[in-house]
Design a protein around this ligand. Structure first.
Ligand code: SF4
Ligand code: SF4
Length: 301
């Protein structure tokens, strides 16, 4: 039997009091690593499964302590601050920084450490019908760690949700399904060509897994990130609706409106923001009306 202090994974964050990752008040565990590369990703720090160094220029007080701490001479002056060619992501500069301008994102955490944080808010889960959500990145990317955690959460009587992009071997998803009360399942685009172009991978496995999961009777909320000009045309919405209606069971869908909250994270990681030109008004109400009139059930409230 594995011990909680022996099993570990790499996480980018644990957020307490989350209210958009499933029902009630929840704690969301963000695991690092994702097989997709969606242009609109708002968690770029969770895509790689390795540690990354972030620099927040607005927090820097220019004290120079990072340069003194760096063993590789990788600290520059100015807004860029980090020479990413030289940086080995050791984190010494982040430890030395007094203002939080440098942050090492991605740390190895044992299941015991994750459980310690998650169990702190048990009273809030109880009064709100909340629980814990595994997110990322893609929780199935660190499959064994996710399985271990989900089993531990269930043994403690917690409601569990898994936020997934669906791109994983079916056997992994099936195993997770036995340990999960709710899936938050992303459909980025029903059109395979658009999916490949915008997310870096074909959607055949995603759609196939969604169908197989629905056939098991698993509780699922399908989520469509609505990106103006990318996946919100009348035809895009019609295809998504057609797919949802073709699934067995009482399936529901919710739209996740586009936002630019992740933009600052790209800058902090030294990455270009991939969608700088989006500014068109959201087509949300029109998309909802189109699906409702086609008979698709939407998540409300
Ligand atoms: S993470 Fe390490 S190598 Fe990279 S800039 Fe900081 S101290 Fe230097
Ligand atoms: S240690 Fe932190 S606050 Fe000081 S110069 Fe480096 S990044 Fe800026």
């Amino acid at each position: 039997m594995d011990d909680c202090s022996q099993v570990a994974g790499i996480i980018s964050d644990i957020q307490r009091f989350a209210v958009h990752d499933g029902p009630g008040i929840r704690t969301t565990v963000f695991l690092k690593g994702c097989p997709m590369r969606c242009l609109w990703c708002h968690n770029p720090e969770a895509r790689s499964n390795e540690s990354q160094l972030a620099f927040y220029a607005n927090k820097c007080i220019d004290c120079g302590l990072c340069a003194a701490a760096c063993p590789n001479g990788a600290i520059l002056s100015g807004d860029r601050r980090v020479d990413r060619e030289r940086c080995c992501v050791c984190g010494a500069c982040a430890d030395a920084c007094p203002s939080g301008a440098l942050e090492l994102i991605g740390r190895v955490a044992t299941a015991a450490q994750v459980l310690d944080v998650v169990m702190r808010d048990l009273p809030y889960y109880k009064i709100s019908d909340g629980g814990v959500t595994m997110s990322g990145g893609e929780p199935l990317y660190q499959h064994s760690f996710s399985i271990f955690l989900l089993r531990a959460f269930m043994e403690r009587g917690l409601h569990t949700a898994v936020d997934t992009c669906g791109l994983a071997p079916w056997e992994r998803l099936a195993e997770i399904a036995g340990l999960t009360n709710l899936f938050l399942y992303d459909i980025k685009a029903a059109d395979p060509e658009k999916h490949a172009r915008f997310c870096g991978t074909d959607n055949a496995i995603v759609l196939q897994n969604a169908r197989r999961l629905a056939e098991t009777g698993a509780k699922i909320i399908f989520r469509v990130p609505l990106i103006p000009g990318y996946n919100d045309s009348a035809e895009d919405i019609r295809l998504v609706g057609e797919f949802i209606l073709s699934l067995p069971g009482d399936q529901r869908l919710e739209f996740v409106p586009y936002h630019r909250i992740g933009k600052g994270k790209y800058e902090a990681l030294g990455l270009d923001y991939p969608l700088p030109h989006i500014g068109a008004p959201q087509n949300l109400d029109e998309c909802k009306r189109a699906l409702l009139s086609a008979g698709v059930k939407l998540v409300t409230g």
